[in-house]
Design a protein around this ligand. Structure first.
Ligand code: JFZ
Length: 309
């Protein structure tokens, strides 16, 4: 518990945002035979979408209604102090114009804008901290595949992307790694990546999925969809949860938690000195579903009414 993590421990509440090329499917893939397969941010893998088909989808991904100020405003209205956006999920698609490859929003979509730059400007203007989710597992880079001939070359590219994220967008509050469990990723590579982040950006708080989720990996543990009964000794922790039943946008998923449930989760987590990272998934236009926004706003109303904001 260093002063470096003070703001994060005080914050207790952040917005998680799963937004990527998968959002363009709206949770449904219609196969060539006309049958429909449903999933969200895992749709490429779970629905066995051919790589060429998934790549072609990028040409129609145009989330032109994305409004970074509105996103940050929704977080603020909920009482959330930081935002963690999926810069790159398992599909490997970069939501910023990375120079490392052309599998990114600028080179492949008609949208072309830099989601991360827009969020950085809006977050700074409204006093919300910004963090990036980055998947170590990568379904797109040939060298990252099981049996890929040159995983070291992929790791070099990954570090180059992490450098972009930590140097091109101002202060980055959190690096939230994921997908360490499937990649041919070792504890040593995790420790090296964590050191790399520390060197580039000493103030950035790092989650434990950078390595092997040990007590010494990163700054905080990441229980998922649960409030741990007995938090690990001395380790900071953050529970990530969905507002409905999926991380990425799925039009058919209207199973939104009530504001009361979300508030109870937040209060329970904060009472155990944890953080609550509550996810929303913008749709193919870049808009957070209005029900999600209003359920979050209900939490903010409770916080304000009870003097907890
Ligand atoms: C991962 C991703 O695969 C998923 O798409 C989403 O981004 C989520 C936040 O993280 O999924 C996980 C990761 C860890 C566990 C379960 C699902 N886990 O520890 O049980």
């Amino acid at each position: 518990t260093s002063s470096r993590t003070q703001w994060w421990r005080d914050a207790h509440f952040g917005m998680f945002m799963h937004f990527g090329l998968y959002s363009a499917y709206r949770g449904e893939y219609t196969r060539p035979d006309g049958t429909v397969c449903r999933d969200a941010e895992w749709i490429e893998r779970q629905c066995a979408i051919p790589a060429a088909t998934y790549e072609a989808k990028a040409a129609s991904f145009n989330p032109s209604s994305f409004d970074a100020s509105a996103v940050i405003g929704a977080a603020k209205a909920a009482g959330q102090k930081y935002l963690v956006i999926t810069a790159k999920h398992h599909d490997g698609f970069a939501m910023w114009p990375t120079a490392v490859n052309n599998w990114n929003i600028r080179d492949r979509t008609p949208f072309k804008r830099d989601i991360l730059a827009e969020l950085a400007v809006a977050a700074r203007a409204q006093g919300v901290k910004l963090g990036f989710y980055y998947s170590i597992w990568d379904w797109h880079d040939p060298d990252a595949q099981p049996g890929g001939s040159n995983y070291a070359a992929y790791v070099t590219r990954m570090k180059a992307q992490v450098r972009e994220l930590l140097t091109n967008y101002g202060d980055i509050a959190v690096m939230w790694f994921d997908g360490e469990w499937e990649a041919p990723w070792t504890a040593q590579q995790g420790a090296q990546l964590e050191d790399y982040v520390r060197t580039l950006s000493p103030g950035t708080i790092v989650n434990n999925r950078v390595g092997t989720r040990g007590i010494a990996d990163g700054d905080f543990g990441t229980p998922e969809q649960e409030i741990p009964a007995t938090p690990a000794d001395g380790q900071l922790w953050e529970s990530c949860m969905t507002v409905n039943d999926h991380w990425g946008f799925a039009a058919y998923d209207t199973n939104y938690k009530s504001s009361a449930t979300l508030t109870r989760n937040l209060v329970g987590i904060a009472a155990s000195s944890g953080n609550y990272l509550l996810n929303v998934g913008p749709d193919e236009r870049g808009v957070i579903p209005s029900t999600a926004v209003s359920r979050l706003a209900g939490v903010g109303t409770w916080l304000n009414t009870n003097g907890a904001a």
